[in-house]
Design a protein around this ligand. Structure first.
Ligand code: C2E
Ligand code: MG
Ligand code: MG
Length: 267
């Protein structure tokens, strides 16, 4: 009965999700990423939300796997990109010419399966050029499992993004295989230290040591570091002491709708 229930639940979620895309129930929220040296918002991560008419907000961990199984993720992923690009352009215009060279970078999550089909590396880059949006104002967050993958076309696509000037960030670093070899082969711009290490830093000397080591290693490889899930002042202080570049977490801001994010940046 338990399995039956979970299969039925997934099927109904799937059917509703197909409609959700048409009915525009998906929303993109923005979580600020701050420069730890001065507290300025320099980036934001886009995070998908499904605003379900009866169930309220449903988180991405729950519906993205369903979307992937149904083959809906490339359509949703494109939508995320066009929203992100529009936000980058909007901010660029609102902040005026003085800050042109210093754009607020919008990061988007892209799961491995979104690299298997389609040619987003061409359409996305083409769109940015056509709209006059600098490619540097978009960053793609990937996970380690993508780099472990041996499909040559995936790596080719990553390279194309990077050559165009779109930056790459390695998400949830430290909890996967952490096979360091790929840091040498791929031009990664940022490592995002997984929130589990940040959470443990205050009490667990081993978590603290791992965070420090990741930062030193990344810097030697010319990679900047973002710490995820910062919730306390003490975590922020320890990360600054360890030389971490950027921070993201509830201490600074929760993910917020686009209009609220603009207010945070422009105020
Ligand atoms: P992620 O990319 O690692 O995103 C960070 C997650 O940590 C987000 O969860 C965010 O809301 C949460 N978070 C941020 N700061 C804090 C904090 O201080 N404390 C705590 N406890 N949590 C914090 P969320 O929004 O539920 O997203 C979960 C995952 O879903 C993301 O993990 C990402 O892998 C995936 N995801 C979200 N949006 C997209 C998308 O547009 N496309 C794809 N492919 N995946 C997405
Ligand atoms: Mg992410
Ligand atoms: Mg993460």
């Amino acid at each position: 009965p338990e399995m039956q229930r979970s299969v039925t639940e997934r099927m109904s979620l799937g059917n509703e999700l197909r409609r959700a895309v048409e009915r525009q129930e998906l929303e993109l929220h923005y979580q600020p990423i701050v420069d730890l040296a001065n507290g300025h918002i320099t980036k934001a991560e886009t995070l998908l939300r499904w605003n379900h008419p009866e169930r309220g907000y449903i988180g991405p961990d729950k519906f993205i796997p369903v979307a992937e199984d149904l083959g809906l993720m490339s359509k949703i992923g494109d939508w995320v990109f066009y929203q992100a690009a529009a936000m980058a352009k909007n901010l660029m215009e609102k902040r005026g010419p003085d800050l042109r060279d210093n754009p607020v970078q919008i990061t988007i999550n892209k799961s491995p399966r979104q690299f298997f089909t389609g040619n987003t590396h061409e359409t996305w880059v083409g769109y940015l050029h056509q709209q006059g949006i600098p490619c540097e104002s978009i960053c793609i967050e990937i996970t380690e499992s993508l780099l472990m993958n041996d499909r040559p076309e995936v790596l080719q696509k990553l390279l194309k993004f990077h050559e165009a000037g779109i930056q790459l960030s390695l998400d949830d670093f430290g909890i996967g295989y952490s096979a360091m070899g790929y840091l040498k082969h791929f031009d990664i711009d940022y490592l995002k230290i997984d929130s589990s290490f940040v959470r443990g830093m205050e009490r667990e000397p081993s978590d603290h040591a791992i965070v420090e080591a990741i930062i030193v290693m990344a810097h030697k490889l010319n990679i900047k570091v973002v710490a995820e899930g910062i919730e306390t002042e003490q975590q922020r202080a320890l990360l600054i002491e360890a030389g971490c570049d950027y921070g993201q977490g509830y201490l600074f801001s929760r993910p917020v709708p686009g209009n609220q994010f603009i207010d945070l940046v422009i105020r």
